[in-house]
Design a protein around this ligand. Structure first.
Ligand SMILES: *[C@@H]1O[C@H](CO)[C@@H](O)[C@H](O)[C@H]1NC(C)=O
Ligand SMILES: *[C@@H]1O[C@H](CO)[C@@H](O)[C@H](O)[C@H]1NC(C)=O
Ligand SMILES: *[C@@H]1O[C@H](CO)[C@@H](O)[C@H](O)[C@H]1NC(C)=O
Ligand SMILES: *[C@@H]1O[C@H](CO)[C@@H](O)[C@H](O)[C@H]1NC(C)=O
Ligand SMILES: *[C@@H]1O[C@H](CO)[C@@H](O)[C@H](O)[C@H]1NC(C)=O
Ligand SMILES: *[C@@H]1O[C@H](CO)[C@@H](O)[C@H](O)[C@H]1NC(C)=O
Ligand SMILES: *[C@@H]1O[C@H](CO)[C@@H](O)[C@H](O)[C@H]1NC(C)=O
Ligand SMILES: *[C@@H]1O[C@H](CO)[C@@H](O)[C@H](O)[C@H]1NC(C)=O
Ligand SMILES: *[C@@H]1O[C@H](CO)[C@@H](O)[C@H](O)[C@H]1NC(C)=O
Ligand SMILES: [Cu+2]
Length: 624
């Protein structure tokens, strides 16, 4: 008893055996992820066309710039996604979710660099109906800015009963995910891994595949969003649990609202082979929490952050803000019969969990271990004090990319929080809180040359015209949270980050860190957190720049950037994309669309079970 209880402070794991008490279908529907039956991945998806051994030919991580080269001869990879409601119990607590093809996490999309990904998405959400749309996080969409998947920005929502096909190039390689960009729908489970095979910058033996880390809520996303958008909100929504590949246990004695709960539902399990190097593709696909990922008794070699391979460096803990990915190599240094805890803790310092079950567990079984043995290993201690990513001095891109000459235009953006004139507490970027309007697609307006966006200040559009590069200096004056800031359509260079006011210093100027999501630290007006980002505006389109915390987006922490307006006018938006607006218009004309958050909410359901699960956060109460 002592050994396991010591390793797992909350006692949420049975002490003798890890035989799950629920079948995989009850916890994860049609997903096999998290079971020992989940396949490891090959170096690339089979293709008849591998002239030089790899689909990408002789391109390597060191000899090829992926921003200027895409392998030829890619194949079309077709997927059919049916989005519908379901009821599952990922941690033993039954809740209503939104599923792709009945699976949580949603199905793996696995292709090769240079392939074309075609996904037909059918909206079969009923009881009640909702719009939806899917975003392919980190994909540049240079050829297809209309398939980025943000409703009111590049398309209208996919109306209930309608299908829409996304078709885009796998333009970069590495690890990412896709998720609904409609309100906070992805909190309800509408998220899945997307892996693009390409050259590797660090050799390894076994590709373990995606390791999705998601904070988890027992309420529906609609209830949480309504709470977020309530007047004089006293606390942020607090997550109730934390999942690895969609699985975790829960202490059912903690349930106070009558929700069905089964103890020992089942943890995710992974197989290691002693002596081999394993690639793990960590993805923070949660709603709010910063994840601190560790493996007892093992160090990790970081090889990529987001879609950017980095010069490998060793660490014993990986920090991931929402939306971020880190690929690591783990050498199996234990004996062949050993088992170890894999852990992902929601940061106690930085994030808003209810504190009852913030530390996710999974198990690593070496080849000779009993598949239901309970590890007795000890947690790796780590420093939880910084609400920030690894130092920019450590995260140096593998492919050098000098980039930090003076930009054509510099835009400062200040993040604040406070009540609007009718008493609703919102986030602001430069004093404007974003609110979407489903009746328009900004991309369609921009393409038609109608750039009078400021007519509606709540669309928060920054038109960079024909400027060739942009520097964004982002100051966070919100004391109670960092923000994982994500830019669509680009990997930005991260010139600097810290607290205070940027003094102009660029970290590792000859080759700055690049990625698509970067944490800006918490701060105050006198001592803000800051990040300095720069990118080439070489992607004509309308690209959101926003915090990836679901509840912060709901409360307006979001701007739209427009770039290369002259080139945008020459683009031809496919008719099927225009059709989403016609279909949505018809739907909205016949239904009440109640948009309760910034984005993208169209209905109200019966108020649910929030009360007991939302204790006041001491962190936010200080605000008064
Ligand atoms: C589960 O939670 C209850 C209520 O807080 C607590 O008394 C009990 O010790 C917990 N059980 C375990 C196994 O940790
Ligand atoms: C979850 O709820 C569904 C529908 O009410 C029910 O069929 C199922 O048995 C429940 N599962 C668990 C694990 O409680
Ligand atoms: C992990 O790395 C640290 C620092 O390099 C080292 O002290 C420690 O022994 C390593 N741990 C393991 C399990 O290899
Ligand atoms: C693993 O193997 C070693 C060496 O044979 C042995 O001492 C140890 O008890 C084994 N551990 C388990 C958990 O079986
Ligand atoms: C992380 O979670 C584990 C429980 O899985 C706990 O024992 C450990 O203390 C936590 N680490 C930190 C630094 O909070
Ligand atoms: C304040 O925000 C709420 C929630 O977004 C919105 O309904 C209301 O119209 C806003 N008030 C004003 C004056 O804009
Ligand atoms: C935002 O409002 C504050 C207070 O009125 C003002 O000082 C500041 O200049 C405004 N910022 C912008 C970008 O308009
Ligand atoms: C331009 O777009 C606005 C919405 O931002 C719309 O009200 C206006 O009618 C459009 N103008 C033209 C000429 O299409
Ligand atoms: C550059 O961007 C600024 C907005 O930040 C805009 O006012 C200006 O017109 C743009 N310049 C060109 C050449 O498009
Ligand atoms: Cu945020």
């Amino acid at each position: 008893m002592v050994a396991a209880a010591g390793a797992v402070a909350s006692g949420i794991v049975a002490l003798s055996s890890l035989v799950p008490s629920l079948p995989q279908t009850a916890t994860n529907g049609n997903s096999k992820l998290g079971t020992l039956q989940a396949p490891t991945l090959s170096d690339f998806v089979s293709t008849p066309n591998t002239p030089d051994g790899f689909p990408w030919g002789t391109a390597t991580a060191s000899n090829t710039n992926p921003y200027t080269f895409t392998p030829g001869g890619g194949l079309h990879r077709n997927y059919q996604f049916n989005i519908a409601r379901g009821t599952i119990a990922p941690d033993g607590v039954n809740r209503s979710v939104l599923l792709v093809n009945g699976a949580f996490p949603a199905p793996l999309i696995e292709v090769n660099w240079g392939d074309t990904i075609n996904v037909e998405v059918c909206n079969n959400i009923v009881g009640p109906e909702e719009g939806t749309s899917l975003h392919w996080h980190g994909i540049l969409q240079s050829l297809t800015p209309w398939y980025d998947g943000v409703p009111s920005v590049q398309q209208c929502p996919i109306a209930p009963g309608k299908c829409f096909t996304y078709s885009f190039l796998a333009d970069l390689y590495g690890t990412t995910w896709y998720h609904s960009h409609y309100s906070a729908q992805y909190n309800a489970g509408l998220l899945g891994p997307l892996i693009i095979h390409g050259p590797t910058n660090v050799p390894y033996d076994i590709d373990v595949g995606p390791v999705l880390l998601t904070d988890w809520y027992h309420d529906t996303y609609e209830d949480i969003v309504e709470e977020v958008m309530t007047k004089a909100q006293l606390a942020p929504p607090l997550s109730n649990n934390n999942l690895i590949n969609g699985k975790m246990n829960y202490n059912c004695s903690l349930i106070t609202n009558g929700q069905q709960c089964t103890p020992n539902a089942g943890l995710s399990k992974f197989k290691f082979q002693s002596g081999k190097k394993h690639r793990l593709r960590l993805i923070n696909a949660g709603s709010e929490g910063i994840q601190r990922f560790t493996i007892d008794g093992h160090n990790m070699t970081v090889m990529a952050n987001d879609f950017v391979p980095v010069k490998p460096y060793e660490t014993n803990m990986v920090t991931l803000g929402i939306g971020q990915r880190t690929d690591v190599i783990v050498t199996a240094t234990g004996p062949p019969n050993s088992t170890y805890w894999m852990r992902s803790n929601i940061s106690h310092t930085c994030s808003a969990s209810d504190g009852l079950s913030p530390n996710a567990l999974a198990v690593i079984y070496y080849e000779d271990a009993n598949d239901n043995a309970v590890p007795t290993t000890t947690a790796t201690p780590f420093d939880d004090s910084q609400c920030a990513n690894d130092p920019l001095e450590s995260t140096i891109p593998f492919f050098p990319f000098p980039s930090t000459s003076n930009p054509a235009v510099t835009q400062e953006v200040v993040i604040t929080f406070g009540a609007n004139s009718t008493g609703f507490e919102l986030f602001y970027m430069n004093n404007v809180s974003f609110r979407a309007n489903y009746d328009y697609s900004l991309l369609a307006l921009g393409q038609s040359g109608n750039l009078s966006f400021p007519l509606d200040p709540e669309w928060n559009v920054y038109n960079f015209g024909t400027n060739s590069s942009v520097r964004l200096i982002v100051y966070n004056e919100f004391q109670f949270s960092s923000h994982p800031m994500h830019l669509h359509g680009h990997n930005f260079n991260v010139l600097a980050e810290g607290n205070g006011f940027w003094d102009g210093t660029i970290v590792h100027q000859q080759n700055t860190q690049r990625r698509d999501t970067q944490l800006v630290r918490p701060g105050t007006a006198a001592n803000p957190g800051y990040i300095v980002l720069q990118y080439q505006t070489d992607n004509p389109g309308v690209w959101p720049f926003h915090c990836h915390i679901a509840w912060h987006v709901s409360a307006g922490l979001y701007i739209n950037t427009v770039e290369q307006t002259q080139l945008l006018k020459k683009k031809k938006i496919p008719q099927s994309v225009d059709q989403t607006c016609i279909d949505w218009g018809n739907y909205a004309a016949n239904h009440v669309v109640d948009e309760i958050d910034s984005g993208l909410k169209e209905r109200k359901i019966q108020p649910g079970v929030l009360g007991g699960l939302m204790p006041e956060s001491p962190k936010w109460s200080k605000r008064q």
